[in-house]
Each structure stands twice: as C-alpha cells, then as structure tokens.
Design a protein around this ligand. Structure first.
Ligand SMILES: Cc1cc2nc3c(=O)[nH]c(=O)nc-3n(C[C@H](O)[C@H](O)[C@H](O)COP(=O)(O)OP(=O)(O)OC[C@H]3O[C@@H](n4cnc5c(N)ncnc54)[C@H](O)[C@@H]3O)c2cc1C
Length: 497
C-alpha cells in the first residue's frame, strides 16, 4: 500500500489538497505531509469561484458562516461581461439554469424560437441568477419556494490568502504535517524513474510513496524532475500577463457578481470582497506593453487604490499529462487558463476529488494514471473552448487584438460546437460538463450570436402558448427577485449573527 503522501507547495492548490486528504484519507492510516517554502510566495490572486466550490466546502464539512467571516467572502451569482461584443454592450452569465424545465425540452430551445418574434428580448430576464445579480439581490436558493431555484447555484468571491490559511488550520488540526522549508532537490529511482524523496534546504530528506506537485507555475516535480512537457494554447488565448491592484469597497462596487470588462488588448476584472476589491488587467504583451497596461488599469479602477499594482506572467496551456509515474500535479503546476470564467480553483477541486476516487497503489498506478489523464485533459480542453469563445465572438472592429481573435482558427472541438449551434440552435452538452447549456447560451447570445434555425420539436407549441409560457417564467423570476433581500443586507445579517 502507498501510505506516505507528500504535497509539495502550500498555495491554494496545496492546502485544498491537504484539506481533502485530511477529510478522505486521514483516518485510514495515511501519513500526509505538506512542504511549503517560507520564502517563495503564492500567486495569491484567485478570488472568484464557481458553484462547485460551495460543494467542496460542504464536502469538507465547513460551516458557511464561519467561512464567510474568516475568508472575508461575498456571494457571487455570475459574471457581468462589459464591452465584449462591442463598446456599450453588456450581459450577465448567471449561475442559475435558464428558465424552467416544465415543457420537456431544455428551456433554451423555446427561448430561441420565441426571440425570433421578440428580437429585443433580453435573455437575462429568463435567468434567475442574472436577474438577481442585476438587482444586487441575494438569498440562499430554496427549491421548496419555487422550482426555478432547483437549478440555481451560487459561488463566492474569496480572499485567496485567507482561504489558504483557513484550510491550513483545518488540515493541520486533522493530522496533516506541515513543513516549512525550500525543496532543493528531487531524487528519482534509477530504475523506475519514480520520485523517491525531496531534499530540503535544512538538509532533511522527505521520502514518500506518492507525490502531489502544488508548486505553482514552477511545476518542480511534474514539469521539472519528471520532464512532462507543457502544451501551449497561446495561439488561441493570447493574454500572458496581468497587472493587479486592490482598491476600497464602496456601495457601488459591492455587487454579487464579478465584472469582466473588455479592454483594448485584454480585459479587466473587478471582484468585491468584504474588506477590499480585487482588480486586475489581463492583457497580451504582444499588443500592449507593461507600462501602458499598468496606467490603463490605474485609470480604470473605480475606487481608492490600497496598494501599488503588481505584475504576474503566465501562459495558457496544460502539461501533456497531469499524472506521471508516482506524481500528480494540482493547480498551476498542471496548467493554467486565465481567470475569465474563474475556473482555476474549480480545476484544483476536480483534480483532487478525482484523485481521492482513483487513489493508487503500486499495482494500480499505471492504469489509474491513464484514466485520470484522459479525464483531466478532456475537462481542461472543454473549459479552454468556453474561454476562447468569449474572445472569438466579438464585434470590436478597430483594435488589432480583437480583430485577430475574430479571425483566428478555432480548435476543431469548438468550431464544431459553434457550427452546430449556429446552424441548428443545438448546444451540445455532456452530463458532467462544467458549463451547462445555459452558460453557453448566455455567452453566445450575449455576444450577438443567434442560430439560423431552431429545433423542430418545439413547433408543437403555438405562438400564443409560447408567449404565455415565456411571460409566465419572466414574471415569476421578476417576482422572486423583487422579494429577495439586497446582497449587502443579507451578508451583513449573516456576519452579525
Ligand atoms: C492573474 C491571475 C488571476 C487569477 N484569478 C483567479 C480567479 O479569479 N479564480 C480562480 O479560480 N483562479 C484564479 N487564478 C488561479 C489561482 O490563483 C490559482 O489556481 C491558485 O492560486 C492555485 O495556485 P497554486 O497553489 O497552484 O500555486 P501558487 O499559489 O503559486 O503556490 C505555489 C506554492 O508552492 C510553493 N513552492 C514553490 N517552489 C517551492 C520550493 N522550491 N520549495 C517549497 N515550496 C515551493 C510556494 O511557496 C507556494 O506555497 C488566477 C491566477 C492568475 C495568475
């Protein structure tokens, strides 16, 4: 049995892994240690999440009120995309399902047919989460009040540094050993090529059976010692840098959604927390230099800066394999997609829950690694396609960056999905896809893409029936959202209790 597990790195990935290991393996006689450098910092951004994150915390048994207080979190219902289609346009990609599921086919088919007679219709009015986000409303979804809540989800904006410390306390109090030292060398078995031990700068040698690489962009174990190559996606995702700065919270920017505003050669995020607002400009260094980017960010923030801006460099892509020999990479060491749809922490969660399920020993390692690698790559590529979609479907004509995004050749998988939708109105979706049909439709319609045809089956409903159906859903959403408390009031009530 492989019982000695070594986690290298103590950023969000390292501590989420340690916490889940403490929960799932802790009592089964495993010996888990986490090595964290006291000198090499974490990325420390990573503040916006998607609904799966709420389930991860629940799986750990974390009390939400305690979490909200200690991590200075706010609720998030979606992302407001500003100026992506063209200057002045905007839409919200909300976390609830679209409409209801009362008529047999997914609601979006009915909406697509209905909008042909109502070209001014706003799809957002048929999403509970988007409508609530727009009104700055929030309360926990309660399906016993309305079936519209059954597909409703929410997420958080978090302080990533506080979250890592929160999980550190969780994991170490449940038996995970915490070592603060720099890894200076990685020793491989000469015959099998497996990792045997990590040498630390204080001369200690940490041996293990299974190693989890959470060393961030350095990818010391998987990319470094084991030499697994990096597959770059930069031809599709051109942004490779971010300037980030925290600013003050105001009544205006304290909203239950992330704002993602398109800029001349990239886009800018705004993420409200209880104690500060995270801001960042993601840009392509081929189209904009660092100085320009920094002054653009500072000219576009809408409240008082709380620190000097800092720069981060990255490349979009993933390692050819997440799992090699006796090592799995989690977090930035396995790959990176820019934070446009807040998916990195989600990928951490998916990777470690998959690992818990497929945890190996010497006999099962190779076959589990193969399965794991196929699942992880497929998942990452689907998210990649969704992110590329935002860039490709733009009508910003005057900026070279955006024109190049319009004209770029797409991955085959995305081109097929887009062709299918644009010709037939069908959004292909698989059971465990992170982004549902509603998510794809929000972005497709939000960025001006409507299909040539709609599905035949929905023609069984007359125009009048369809009008009544749509009006009813819209009205129910309007009523429900009107009754909800403001996000600020709701959160304050929780924090005071
Ligand atoms: C600009 C930007 C914005 C982002 N925004 C979001 C977002 O909104 N939502 C989201 O989900 N994700 C976001 N992310 C991604 C998110 O930040 C990461 O997924 C998350 O922080 C996990 O990082 P990590 O733990 O893999 O790496 P890191 O945070 O880099 O941690 C690496 C760890 O390895 C340790 N280490 C490195 N070398 C050694 C060594 N030699 N010895 C010992 N220890 C070592 C370090 O000390 C550190 O503890 C963003 C990323 C970037 C770049």
């Amino acid at each position: 049995m492989w019982k000695r597990i070594v986690i290298a790195g103590g950023g969000t990935a390292g501590w989420m892994t340690a916490a889940l290991m403490a929960k799932t393996l802790g009592r089964a006689g495993f010996d888990v240690c986490l090595i964290e450098s006291p000198t090499i910092g974490t990325v420390g951004v990573g503040e916006a999440t998607i609904p799966g994150f709420v389930h991860f915390n629940r799986l750990l048994g974390i009390d939400e009120k305690d979490f909200l207080k200690k991590v200075k979190a706010t609720f998030k219902l979606g992302i407001n995309f500003v100026d992506w289609n063209r200057a002045g346009s905007e839409y919200i990609h909300g976390f609830s399902g679209l409409g209801d599921h009362g008529q047999g086919l997914p609601f979006y088919h009915y909406w697509l047919r209905w909008q042909k007679n109502h070209p001014q219709a706003n799809i957002e009015d048929h999403f509970l989460a988007s409508t609530c986000a727009r009104k700055k409303k929030f309360c926990h979804p309660d399906p016993s009040i309305s079936s519209l809540f059954s597909g409703a989800g929410y997420a958080y904006h978090i302080d990533a540094g506080l979250y890592a410390r929160y999980l550190q306390e969780y994991a170490t109090s449940r038996g995970i050993t915490h070592i603060e030292a720099d890894i200076t060398d990685i020793r491989l078995n000469e015959i099998t090529g497996h990792i045997e031990s990590l040498r630390l700068d204080d001369t200690r040698v940490i041996e293990g059976d299974f190693f989890i690489d959470c060393t961030g962009f350095r990818s010391l174990l998987l990319g470094g010692a084991l030499g697994v190559p990096f597959i770059s996606w930069q031809k599709w995702l051109k942004c490779d840098r971010a300037q980030v700065v925290a600013t003050a919270v105001t009544d205006d920017n304290f909203v239950p959604y992330t704002r993602a505003k398109a800029q001349i050669a990239g886009w800018q995020w705004r993420i409200p927390l209880q104690h500060r607002v995270g801001n960042g400009l993601v840009y392509s260094s081929a189209y904009m230099d660092d100085k320009q980017a920094q002054s653009l960010l500072m000219s576009q923030i809408d409240s008082q800066p709380l620190a000097q801006p800092r720069m981060l460099k990255f490349n979009a892509g993933m390692r050819a394999r997440f799992w090699e020999k006796n090592c799995v990479a989690v977090g930035l060491s396995s790959g990176f997609l820019e934070p446009l749809e807040s998916t990195s922490i989600h990928m951490i969660q998916k990777t470690i829950t998959r690992l818990s399920l497929l945890f190996p020993n010497a006999e099962t390692n190779a076959v589990l690694a193969k399965q794991f690698n196929e699942e992880a790559a497929a998942e990452m590529e689907k998210i990649r396609d969704f992110v590329i979609l935002h860039y490709h479907l733009n009508n910003r004509r005057n900026e070279p960056f955006w024109r190049d995004c319009q004209n770029m050749e797409l991955p085959d998988s995305l081109q097929h999905k887009l062709d299918l939708y644009q010709k037939t109105g069908y959004v292909h979706h698989e059971h465990n896809d992170v982004f549902t049909e509603g998510s794809w439709l929000s972005v497709l319609v939000g960025q001006g893409s409507l299909p040539q045809h709609t599905m035949q089956m929905i023609n069984t409903m007359s125009d009048t029936q369809l009008d009544n159906y749509m009006n009813n859903v819209r009205q129910k959403i309007a009523e429900l959202s009107d009754k909800m408390p403001l996000h600020l009031d709701y959160l304050q009530t929780i924090l005071r209790s």
